[in-house]
Design a protein around this ligand. Structure first.
Ligand code: TYD
Ligand code: MG
Length: 457
């Protein structure tokens, strides 16, 4: 008797179970398991020696290669993030929170591409053609080469794609499409994966690039697009804080790019505008002579960004439970730095509320900003101002030592460009022979956090 092959898939984390369960054993979410048909392997396919193609295994030197052609989207910051344009036949996932600007970015960039002659098909399961036209008009990218379609059945869509033969495809968003092969609703993990896989197979045969938009919530609760990360060639995330106009496009995986690159945009009423020199902007509103404000350098892709760290330390009103909050910087890392300062520098921060903010709504995750965060906290605590022409670079170890950072030279070049006079650097900079006395930038190498504080306060 033929067995019906179904399984239950958690819509929150993607865990698979043979039986229905009320609570997912993996992520412990309730009521998230949904029945899905197992996509069987075709058992009638011949296996074994006869079907084995000699070409399947070959010396790497004999593999045929071809130059990867890239389509230039016309939006510099987007091309940079993709590693120099859209590679033909590649599948790109653009993830981000709803409303962050994913549709805007793709409509704008694909519209530009269409205006320079490429035929682009924009398939939207979220908006009507009239809505898309209104937006494209506002963005100034109307073009006869930009084809619009509001359809959600992937089989129908691919059938149409065959007829129009576009140079590039956009799917907005992957959560709205469905395949007739599965019974689950659009947006379920099974559908998202299957639809993406169909698109993947389709474009690889024809060498058309495709961009998939995927909505992701802050805590990554919708695991759908996350589960696609291993299928697609490139994953870029669009980040930013609502209420701030800056947006960062971050490539976290790129099969066709050397380094994980970053693009910086400003969201204006006429759409997204690339920011060529982000440091200038992030530092433009810096308060003069204010305790608790430090300039640090964070490497974003191949670009060193200078950003302002702000700390506010105030006596806590709740005994035993001081508040520790950070925006744009890892909360745990803040706690660690506070612990190091308490232990190694005998700074008594126990009864203090500590707030950290990275100005401009930016997120920094690099260890090189440690020293700046620590100095901002100490500065606010002791009410001491650091000279505004000073930048601090260095990772802090658990014994309070200042550790080396990558690409120090590139960071220093950016400092010089912006006219900074002094930079606290890890002691290892001595070995790297970066301490050029005649330079307009004075480097102060330090071994420990306490040496660094002596130098700036
Ligand atoms: P959108 O691209 O629709 O977000 P997503 O596709 O990621 O859900 O962007 C929506 C927001 O962007 C909306 O709040 C309005 C804002 N926006 C601008 O500020 N300027 C513009 O030119 C456009 C088109 C949108
Ligand atoms: Mg959208």
């Amino acid at each position: 008797m033929a067995k019906t092959l179904t399984e239950y898939v958690c819509q929150s984390c993607g865990h698979r179970a043979p039986k229905w369960l009320g609570k997912c054993p993996e992520c412990e979410a309730w009521n998230t398991l949904v029945e899905e048909k197992i996509k069987g392997i075709n058992l009638s396919r011949k296996t074994g020696s006869d079907s084995f193609d000699k070409k399947s295994i070959q010396p790497i030197t004999k593999v045929e290669t071809f130059a990867q052609d890239r389509l230039i989207t016309g939006i510099n910051e987007f091309d940079r993030t993709l590693g120099g344009g859209l590679v033909e036949g590649s599948l790109v996932l653009i993830g981000g929170e709803p409303g962050i600007g994913k549709s805007t970015l793709l409509l704008q960039s694909m519209g530009q591409m269409a205006r320079s002659g490429a035929k682009v098909l924009y398939v939207s399961g979220e908006e009507s053609p009239a809505q898309i036209k209104l937006r494209a008009d506002r963005l100034g990218v109307l073009s006869d080469n930009l084809l619009i379609c509001s359809e959600i059945c992937i089989e129908d869509i691919l059938h149409m794609v065959d007829r129009v033969q576009p140079d590039a495809l956009v799917f907005d968003s992957i959560q709205t499409f469905f395949t007739v092969d599965l019974q689950s609703a659009p947006g379920s993990i099974g559908q998202v994966r299957e639809v993406a896989f169909k698109i993947f197979q389709y474009i690889k045969k024809r060498s058309i690039p495709a961009l998939l938009i995927g909505h992701i919530t802050k805590d990554g609760a919708i695991a759908g697009p996350k589960s696609l990360e291993h299928i697609v060639d490139t994953v870029v995330y669009f980040e930013g804080e609502k209420g701030h106009s800056y947006r960062i496009l971050r490539a976290i995986k790129n099969r066709f790019g050397a380094t994980p690159e970053v693009g910086v945009f400003e969201m204006l009423s006429e759409g997204l505008v690339g920011v060529e020199n982000p440091s200038d902007i992030f530092l433009s509103e810096r308060p003069a002579d204010s305790p608790g404000s430090i300039i640090v350098s964070s490497m974003e892709g191949s670009r060193p960004l200078l950003v302002e760290v702000q700390a506010l330390v105030t006596a806590s009103s709740s005994i035993g439970m001081p508040r520790r909050m950070s925006a744009g910087f890892d909360q745990n890392r803040t706690s660690l730095l506070v612990a190091i300062m308490e232990k190694r520098l005998a700074l008594n921060l126990q009864g203090e509320d500590i707030f950290i903010n990275i100005a401009g709504g930016l997120k920094v995750s690099e260890p090189a900003v440690d020293i700046g965060v620590a100095a901002a906290i100490a500065g606010s605590f002791r009410n001491k101002v650091v000279d505004p022409g000073t930048v601090m670079i260095g990772e802090i170890g658990l014994t309070g030592e200042v550790r080396s950072v990558m690409q120090l030279e590139a960071r220093l070049t950016e400092l010089k460009r912006l006219g900074f006079k002094r930079c606290i650097v890890p002691h290892s900079a001595r070995k790297e022979r970066l301490l050029n006395k005649n330079s307009s930038l004075k480097l102060v190498p330090v071994k420990t956090l306490s040496e660094a504080f002596d130098a700036v306060f």
